[in-house]
Design a protein around this ligand. Structure first.
Ligand code: ASP
Length: 412
């Protein structure tokens, strides 16, 4: 009898790896150095493979998404809707973060603030940031994984191919074929995700397990309550009212991407799984291949929440009370900072410096939360990618409706 062995679905495998990592991590708290030296490197290998595949995936999937729309105006409307949704939900997120931070403020511990040290990243002005979006050569954005520049290249190439008109048939085919090759390659890498998840998470639990119970528990709790509130309220309402699907179905299908984002703390790394999840939810490929890579780069609702909660936390540790205008400034800068945050582990913490400086809070305060940043990061990344997916479902649904309306008009 040649019975085929039934394979556990990838989502289940990732889930088991996640639980196992937490259990093993807690058991190995006294051997955190071992997990750091011998388990983490395998996680790093997995992350490296993801980093390798992500640049070509973003470049080709955005290009193919644009080309398949065949119309620059259509790309413009979808792009505008996407960016608008991203900005609005991020502003919502930071507001929730600030409210949550204020409610929890009385529980925040008083922490000695004398021996803090955080190295301030080099300051760049807003104009420099804008200039840096545009690449000055073709290769370096790919080498440095500068995703905003890669997106600009993809947009320019995509538009140029559409503009070529009839001559572009061969190029379109070639682009789609190359995209398929990278997608296959990504599929192979993703098969390793349970191992990757285990090796990434286990050392984090081993070295931070005790800290969770420590004095930072309250600020972590505040951030996680806000993350959950934002995801459950804002995204549920959005997908139900504008996306036409039930929130329960949305979160159920999103589980593999959610678990992966939680373990890897990288939006960009989660991109491939996120694409699979939204396609299962019925999103159009031409929309997902454009909206998701863009979101993984510029849409960071979880990061915005974290910045709001941490700004309040750091202020209260220093005995500073933030005024309303200061909070408004935080909403604005955190929304902008989340655009500039790269979808890789830890980048949100660097951008927190920009938010703190904007309202004159001591940047050194970052040292207070830096030790447990990874734990904040796992939650904020999960929110980040769920936000991208909700946008994708909504834009895709609107496009389908538009097409149906058009088809009805054409029919006599
Ligand atoms: N790790 C987050 C992400 O990939 C970014 C951050 O650090 O906030 O979405």
């Amino acid at each position: 009898m040649n019975k085929q062995k039934k394979k556990l679905p990838l989502a289940m495998q990732i889930f088991i790896a996640l639980i196992l990592a937490i259990v093993v991590g807690l058991l190995m708290q006294s051997q955190a150095a071992f997990t750091e030296n011998y388990i983490k490197p395998f996680g790093t290998i997995f992350l490296n493979l993801l980093k390798f595949i992500v640049v070509p995936i973003v470049l080709f999937s955005i290009m193919c998404g644009i080309i398949s729309m065949k119309d620059i105006k259509k790309v413009g409307t979808i792009g505008l809707k996407t960016v608008l949704y991203y900005m609005c939900t991020t502003a919502f997120a930071i507001t929730i973060g600030l409210i949550g931070g204020n409610i929890f403020q009385r529980f925040f511990p008083v922490i000695a603030t004398t021996d803090l040290a955080y190295e301030m990243p080099e300051k760049t002005s807003v104009m420099d940031t804008i200039v840096n979006i545009f690449p000055s050569n073709f290769i370096s954005p790919m080498v440095e994984s500068n995703m905003l520049q890669v997106i600009v290249i993809a947009l320019l190439l995509g538009f140029s191919i559409i503009k070529l008109g009839e001559k572009n048939i061969g190029i379109v085919k070639a682009c789609n074929n190359i995209n398929e090759i990278f997608m296959k390659c990504m599929e192979m890498i993703l098969k390793l995700s349970p191992i990757g998840v285990f090796c990434l998470l286990c050392p984090v639990v081993a070295s931070n397990g005790a800290a969770i119970i420590g004095s930072l528990a309250m600020v972590l709790l505040a951030a996680y309550i806000c993350y959950i509130l934002h995801a459950v309220v804002v995204y549920s309402v959005a997908v139900k009212t504008m996306g036409g699907i039930s929130p329960a179905k949305f979160f159920k299908e999103m589980l593999p991407a959610i678990m992966f984002a939680f373990s890897s703390a990288s939006s960009v790394g989660t991109l491939p799984i996120n694409m699979e999840c939204v396609e299962k939810l019925g999103a159009k490929k031409e929309v997902s291949s454009f909206v998701l890579p863009l979101g993984a780069t510029i849409n960071m609702d979880g990061t915005a929440i974290y910045q709001g909660v941490c700004a309040i936390f750091i202020a209260s540790c220093y005995g500073i009370h933030l005024t309303l205008p200061q909070m408004m400034t935080i909403i604005l800068t955190a929304t902008l900072a989340s655009i500039g945050t790269a979808g890789v582990p830890g980048s949100g913490m660097v951008m927190l410096a920009m938010v703190l400086t904007s309202v004159g809070l001591p940047v050194d305060g970052i040292a207070l939360v830096a030790g447990v940043d990874r734990i904040f990061d796992m939650g904020r990344t999960t929110v980040n990618i769920t936000g991208d997916a909700s946008c994708c479902i909504i834009v895709s649904n609107q496009e389908s409706k538009k097409e149906q309306r058009r088809a009805k008009k054409v029919q006599p």
